[in-house]
Every structure is written in C-alpha cells, then in structure tokens.
Design a protein around this ligand. Sequence first.
Ligand SMILES: Cc1ncc(COP(=O)(O)O)c(C=O)c1O
Length: 415
Amino acid sequence: MSSASPSSVGSMLSSFLGSKNTKPILERVEDDLPTKLRLKYSPYYRAVEAVQGVKIKVAGRDMLMMSSNEYLGLSQHPKVVEAAQKAASLWGASSCGSRLANGSRGYHEALEEELAAFLGKEACHVIVAGYLACQGSLATLARRGDALIVDNSIHSSLWDGAQLSKADIERFAHGDMNSLRALLATLDPKQAKLIAVDGVYSMEGHLAPMTELVELADKHDAFLLVDDAHGLGVFGNQGRGVCDHFGVTDKVDLIVGSFSKSLASTGGFMAGSRAVIEYLRSNCKQIIFSAGLTPATAEAARAALRVIQEEPERQQRVQANAAHLRSRLDALGLDYWQSPTPAIPIVIGNKEKCYFVWQSLWDQGFFTVMSIAPGVPAGKDLIRAAVSALHTPEELDRFAEALRVACKKAGVPVK
Ligand SMILES: Cc1ncc(COP(=O)(O)O)c(C=O)c1O
C-alpha cells in the first residue's frame, strides 16, 4: 500500500492504538497489541475458501470481492490458467535459484521480450515480485550523495529502495508539481538526481501528472522512474500504462511494475534502455541474490499480456465500472479523493469510524480493506475499494447501497 511514510499493518494498528513498544524483541513479539487486536478483530488476512471471479466464499458465506487489484479479471481466464499449467508440466515448478547462477530460462526471456515490445522499451527484466522490482531499482540506481526525489505518497517498496540506496531523500507534496519545482530549485545542479513516482497511487487512486514530470526531469537532467503497478492494463493504448496514456514513454527512463494486478499472476518487471537493464542485472542485489520467476507465473503473465491485447473490451469495462461506482459515490456525497482510476478510496477520515464502516460492509457481504494513518495521511483513513472488469453495474449498485447503510450506522455523513 502507498504510504505517507513506510507502513505495515502493524504500524497502522500501532497508531490506531497509540501503542509504543520498548521491550526486548521476543517479549515485544509476544505482547504485541496490534497483533493481538488483529487476531481478535481480524480485519486482515481473512481466509477465502473459493473464488469465482469477484464472487468469493468466506466461512461458507457468499461475498463480493471489492478490494482485489485484478482489474481485468484474468486470473481464471482459460488461456492464462492453461499457460501456467503447460509451463509447470514443461519446465517444472521452479528453476530453484538465481538466474545469474542457474541461468535464465526460455520463459523468462520470452516474457521480457514481449513485455519490452508492449511497453515500447528496449529491454526488460522480470523478477519474483513487483515489490522487489521497485525496491531493487531505486536501491541500485541511486547512491550516496545523489538526490532521490520522491512524491510523498509513493508505494512502500519505493520507500524501502530509497532508504537502501543511502541517497539524500527529498520529498515533494503528493502530486504537486509546484512543490517539486520549488524543491528542484533548491538542489545543487551538479548533484545526480532521480525522481521516483507511482503512475497510479494505489491508495489515493490518483494519476501522476506525467507531462509536467517529464518536463521537470528533462530540465533538471534527472533520471525518471515510474512504478506503474496499477496503470498497466488499465491506462494507455491496449493497457500499455500511464506513460503511454500521457504519450511520454520515451521520456521515462525506467518503468517498473507488477504482474499481480492486471496481469493476474505474481512477479514484477523493470523496463528501460538496454544499458539500464544490463546495469541492473550486474548490480541489483534483488536480482542477483534471489531466485528467478517460476515457469507458471511467468507464462501466466505472458498469456495475460496477450489476452489484454486480444480482448480490449476488458479495459473498457473496468473504466466504465469505475465511472459507474464514482457516480454512485457522488450521489451519496461520499469522498473518493477525486480518484479518476479503478482504485477507489472511500475516505472516512477517522480511524474508529473507518473500522465500523469496514465491519458493516463485511457483515453485508462485501470484502474490502481499510487503510488507516500512517498507511495514509492523518485524517484520510479510508476503505480502499478496487473495481474490476468482472463487476456488474448491479453489483456496484449493491455495494453503494451497503456503503450508505454502513456510513449511516457509523455516523459518517451520507445522503
Ligand atoms: C504501487 C505498487 N507498487 C508495487 C507493488 C508491489 O507489487 P507486488 O504485489 O508484485 O509485489 C504494489 C502492490 O501492492 C503496488 O501497489
């Protein structure tokens, strides 16, 4: 999740409870109040027993999934499932080690070539998690003495990478190009610079202002990195992502992202010039010291990449569904932080009320996730919903009605 500062469920719950722990580690672990509370109220890690698209079963009860980032609804697409099965039969379950040591496999290279061509980049490297793609890119490309300039709401994986890089971290206000402009003006023109942003901010649902970002990066000779985990498949021609949507792909030095959203698999990628990708292969610890993507996950992602080009109606449907839900939220007078994307936050603005709304939605059969400060800025505690191409307008209407009931119960103003 994105964060005003690096976050976790534990830190969110700590802040919820106002708890501070100064005990020895084992004692701290055993006495950890956020963990005890999580296990008691259990808003996270709920076990899903069966999945059929957005229809799921939890504890024998039918529920509607409203928080998954499966934007295009491809995880059970026959071509995706078949590709994963065939890959496992042909190559086995895993290459059991780092590609540097055990060699790249045909399925790695095939995915990298297709993804690079799709994104309009020279080269690509695929890795076991989007998290590691983001963390590893920043940790490797920026170094001590550089200015690493980040939007305040970047994903936790980018924060981790920024900290590992040991560069000077400079923040600008979320999405605010005046703030970025002012910041850049204070920096030493001779200092090497890297600007890192999310294409779509996963909690806020906001789009990065890419036109201004490339202008400023160009003017200040800064390397520009975009984490497009939530833009891929959803924005741009045939889902080529946010950089394509703004027509700036060739001005962005590195696009990183995930296969766990629209591409309905797991894993991540880095796409850029051949020089940048080869540099990462030589220097990025997250690549060098970690096993390669498994055959099934790589081939599932590659099949999904083909399906999104063959079935453009999925991209249209997820956009139409997001517009439909936004219109319902407008009618209810609920704040969705002006998200123009299928990542739709319902801002409650108060931790306790947020929990009550979440619980009421759960009781009414809707699976959502809540995010509270510091996972989001103070006063922006929210229910994070995500719309899929698989939702029907009727299901979204039912969700809106459930929200109305939940907000009324929790004392959140609603029409
Ligand atoms: C913006 C963003 N970047 C990166 C990631 C990490 O992706 P993955 O799930 O592939 O590790 C996520 C996933 O939550 C994300 O939302």
